[in-house]
Design a protein around this ligand. Structure first.
Ligand SMILES: Cc1cc2nc3c(=O)[nH]c(=O)nc-3n(C[C@H](O)[C@H](O)[C@H](O)COP(=O)(O)OP(=O)(O)OC[C@H]3O[C@@H](n4cnc5c(N)ncnc54)[C@H](O)[C@@H]3O)c2cc1C
Length: 538
């Protein structure tokens, strides 16, 4: 039995692993290579109050403002107050944050300013902050004898005492599939932590890596945890549109430096949506692009910076230039095809300030969690901060509880006696594509009650079909992800249907205004009371 099972090796999971005492036995799972998750792709940086003109109150106020009435102020203050300590901890671990003076390692950190922040407060490592953080954490984890890392191991489901027929609901570990030899093992642990990242893969277009299928959120639900605010999915306005260009964001700085958004006929259109045109906030731009794509029935629109001098473009956007070049687009000569893309999951598994969920012994941290920090809209660079702060908070809570006696219940092995190898893998790929397509079309940036009802009919059918498939065929990583993706899609649709107003990232044409009576009212789905015929807690 391990002391702690951490499912996920991004910023949240590895922070926790490194913060726990070194005499504690820890196993960290990663369903792909250890670095593969959203963390490593983060570009901008991590927010913290470090500038002498900035203040905790200002960071709190900006976060509350972005969250449009749904942040929990106590959580915002708790997180923001720990920002500087989080940066110090990363620096001690060797993260090479960019300095004011590149030649002086003791000079203050260079801070950037991002949308919604009233001050410069984003610490960064050039434009590859996530890579710098992830590789530093991985290096430290590899040096610890008490931490076992299992790469290419995907958690299928949590094991709880209630699932084993007891009255109490205590998390006892998880069933885990080895993606290489396809064996399923039973990992028993005193404490289990979900650090599985977000669920943006539920949409056709996303900036997230393939693994963002909401596994932790789905597993927590099946274990009996409440899930909150799933209607608030954040979309980035501009991702490169190309069949092979996965996860390629086109930075908002291209618009900041004068890039024009164009319809297929070359006309600009943003001025019809907002007087700030291309410089309007992220959500307004994403909504306008989505509106035009749907109105014209086209696959993408265009972002054009080619009218600027070639040298200017190469100097300011070397990464965008190189990425587009790889896919055959010369941005100094032609517009870039773009679509908005699902970027961040604001909702998730409901936790307290220590990352504890509704199930005893089960924690959830990072993007998979709902702590109350982001409310109806995440402010840029607050998410990595949340990963570090709550990774450390969970470690404090678990450390205190390690003195408690362990819950000793023998765990049954994974039962494969009633399943066979699938002869219809096409069901998985078809359903995977179908979910992502209708979620994009019906539950995307602009919603209506009619579109949500259409999506609900489809997801009900698919959940039924996937359940049948799961019951009859041997489990594979694709099947694990599809099952989770479908459940999370259902949660997003259900939450969007419950919110009869437009607020933050949730925009519906049927209720275009915010309803003041719904401020401070998160959308909470409870598996013990939310009725759905196909969603059983197994
Ligand atoms: C392109 C991009 C740019 C971003 N830029 C920024 C930024 O500048 N600043 C900022 O604050 N935020 C940014 N974000 C958001 C931020 O990167 C993420 O919110 C954060 O990194 C999430 O960290 P995490 O540890 O929760 O999860 P992740 O880093 O996504 O890691 C998830 C881990 O869980 C594992 N996992 C998942 N399911 C299972 C399973 N069933 N079994 C086993 N393992 C599993 C994965 O293998 C992975 O190791 C960006 C995101 C993207 C995609």
């Amino acid at each position: 039995m391990y002391d702690v099972l951490i499912i996920g090796s991004g910023a949240a999971g590895l922070t926790l692993a490194l913060s726990l005492p070194q005499n504690c036995s820890i196993v960290v799972l990663s369903k792909a290579g250890i670095c593969e998750g959203s963390t490593v792709y983060a570009q901008g940086g991590i927010s913290a109050v470090l500038d002498e003109h900035d203040s905790i109150d200002a960071h709190v106020a900006d976060t509350l403002n972005a969250g449009a009435g749904l942040c929990v102020e106590e959580v915002v203050r708790y997180t923001v107050a720990r920002g500087a300590t989080a940066i110090d901890w990363l620096l001690e671990g060797g993260v090479p944050f960019t300095r004011e003076d590149k030649n002086n390692a003791n000079s203050p950190l260079h801070l950037t300013r991002e949308g919604g922040h009233s001050h410069r407060r984003v610490a960064h490592a050039a434009d590859a902050s996530g890579h710098a953080i992830e590789t530093s954490l991985v290096r430290q984890v590899r040096a610890r004898d008490n931490i076992t890392v299992l790469e290419h191991h995907i958690a299928i489901d949590l094991i709880t005492s209630r699932k084993l027929g007891r009255d109490s609901n205590h998390c006892l570990g998880a069933y885990v599939l080895n993606c290489h030899d396809h064996s399923v093992s039973t990992l028993q642990a005193r404490f289990t932590v979900l650090a599985t990242g977000g669920a943006s893969k539920v949409y056709l277009y996303t900036s997230n890596p393939d693994g963002a299928s909401g596994d932790g959120i789905a597993m927590a639900w099946r274990a009996g945890c409440r899930v909150t605010n799933m209607e608030f999915m954040q979309f980035h306005p501009t991702c490169l549109y190309h069949p092979h260009a996965k996860s390629s964001l086109i930075t908002e700085a291209v618009r900041g430096e004068g890039g024009h958004l164009l319809l297929p006929d070359g006309q600009r259109f943003m001025q019809h949506f907002d007087p700030r045109a291309e410089l309007a906030p992220r959500d307004i731009v994403a909504r306008a692009i989505d509106h035009e794509i749907k109105r014209l029935g086209v696959d993408c629109l265009y972002l054009d910076i080619s009218y600027k001098p070639r040298d200017f473009i190469l100097e300011h956007f070397p990464t965008v230039y190189a990425t587009c070049q790889e896919f055959g687009y010369d941005i100094t000569q032609e517009p870039i095809p773009v679509v908005p893309a699902a970027h961040y999951t604001c909702g998730g598994v409901m936790t307290n300030l220590q990352g504890q969920t509704d199930v005893d012994g089960l924690y959830c941290i990072g993007e998979a969690s709902y702590t109350g920090l982001h409310g109806a809209n995440r402010m840029a660079s607050n998410s990595l901060l949340e990963c570090i702060v709550f990774g450390q908070a969970a470690s404090e809570s678990i450390t205190q509880r390690l003195a408690e006696p362990a819950v000793e219940i023998p765990l049954p092995d994974w039962d494969e006696s009633r399943v066979t190898d699938s002869d219809e893998q096409v069901v998985i790929s078809h359903n995977w594509d179908e979910i992502r397509r209708f979620m994009w079309d019906y539950v995307g940036i602009v919603r209506t009650s009619k579109r949500l009802a259409r999506a609900q009919h489809r997801i009900d059918l698919l959940l039924h079909e996937i359940d049948e498939y799961y019951a009859h065929f041997r489990v594979t990583s694709d099947l694990v992800e599809l099952r989770n993706l479908a459940l999370v899609a259902w949660m997003i649709i259900r939450s969007a249907q419950e919110r009869k107003e437009s607020r933050g990232l949730h925009y519906t044409l049927d209720y275009p205004e915010a309803d003041p009576t719904l401020a401070d009212m998160p959308t909470i789905l409870d598996p013990m009371t939310t009725y759905h015929p196909r969603i059983v807690m197994t």
